[in-house]
Design a protein around this ligand. Structure first.
Ligand SMILES: O=P(O)(O)OC[C@H]1O[C@H](O[C@H]2O[C@H](CO)[C@@H](O)[C@H](O)[C@H]2O)[C@H](O)[C@@H](O)[C@@H]1O
Ligand code: MG
Length: 265
């Protein structure tokens, strides 16, 4: 396979922490797998307030063509939510931390791999939001997220309340995902990694070398499977020993992706 040396540290324009050199395949040989919040998009006070810069829309559109469709968003958000944020674009995606998958944005239905959370359990978890008006609920059906970015002082109380509910339901196969100012409760049995592993068995992703970029704890599951897929992982804003390097912030990721479109690549 022909490869080309592209160093993220060389490609981004500002504040770049040096990363080890990494062999990034030509675009016609790789699959680009991109986390959204904190990786492609700057974090915002609430989930609804994120903004897709027009240049990013153009970059993703062109990269989708240059990879023959092998570009997917890999997010904790539901795919319906992703479509609203990136409208009018509809991109291939693994959504809901692996609960959902869509191989192509062109008319393909969303496949769901996760059962809905029990409604009684969900009501009890949702009631935790009464701790403070600053806590926002995000109901994804198969999971419930409690956002406390606007009420950071409630973090401890939220996690304690979730732990108490889990202790009362020891038989429920639940998992708590600690994200950025968010506590998300979902069924165990699916992760971003299980979603990516399935995606990589399907055309047009199959046979390509994945390049995954992510910023959060939940992205570690994908970092960990990159070696078995002959892939590369990069983190954003944090060091991870599972990655080949890291970007400082989403703007650096966006710049690097734009540079991949330059003729030499
Ligand atoms: O896997 P990702 O694509 O990174 O999605 C992770 C979660 O992102 C969203 O919440 C986070 O971003 C919000 C907007 O910046 C921010 O207000 C919030 O505090 C963050 O936790 C999204 O709402 C979640 O559903 C995703 O799981
Ligand atoms: Mg993220």
């Amino acid at each position: 396979m022909t490869t080309k040396l592209v160093r993220p540290s060389d490609q981004a324009t500002s504040n770049q922490v040096p990363v080890p050199g990494a062999l990034v395949p030509h675009l016609d040989q790789c699959a680009l797998l991109l986390d959204i919040d904190g990786t492609l998009l700057d974090l915002a006070p609430t989930p609804r307030e994120v903004w897709v810069p027009p240049e990013l829309e153009q970059t993703l559109t062109n990269l989708l063509v240059r990879t023959s469709g092998a570009l997917a968003l890999v997010s904790g958000r539901s795919i319906n939510d992703i479509d609203l944020i990136f409208a009018p674009m509809r991109l291939p995606a693994v959504g809901g931390h692996g609960a959902e998958m869509r191989l192509s944005g062109e008319g393909e239905a969303i496949a769901t791999h996760a059962p809905p959370l029990d409604s009684e359990l969900k009501s009890r978890l949702a009631a935790i939001a009464r701790i403070s008006p600053g806590i926002l609920l995000e109901d994804k059906g198969y999971s419930l997220a409690l956002h406390y970015r606007l009420a950071p002082h409630t973090e401890k109380a939220i996690y304690e309340a979730v732990a108490a509910i889990r202790a009362e339901n020891p038989e429920a196969p639940l998992e708590v995902l600690p994200g950025k100012s968010v506590c998300e409760i979902k069924h165990s049995g699916f992760t971003k990694a299980t979603g990516v592993l399935e995606l990589m068995t399907r055309a047009p992703f199959k046979g390509r070398r994945p390049i995954f970029i992510g910023d959060d704890v939940t992205d570690e599951t994908v970092f960990a499977i990159m070696p078995e897929l002959r892939g590369l992982a990069f983190s954003v804003g944090r060091y991870s020993e599972l990655t080949s390097g890291h970007f400082d912030e989403p703007r650096d990721v966006r710049n690097w992706l734009a540079r991949l479109l330059e003729p030499a690549n």
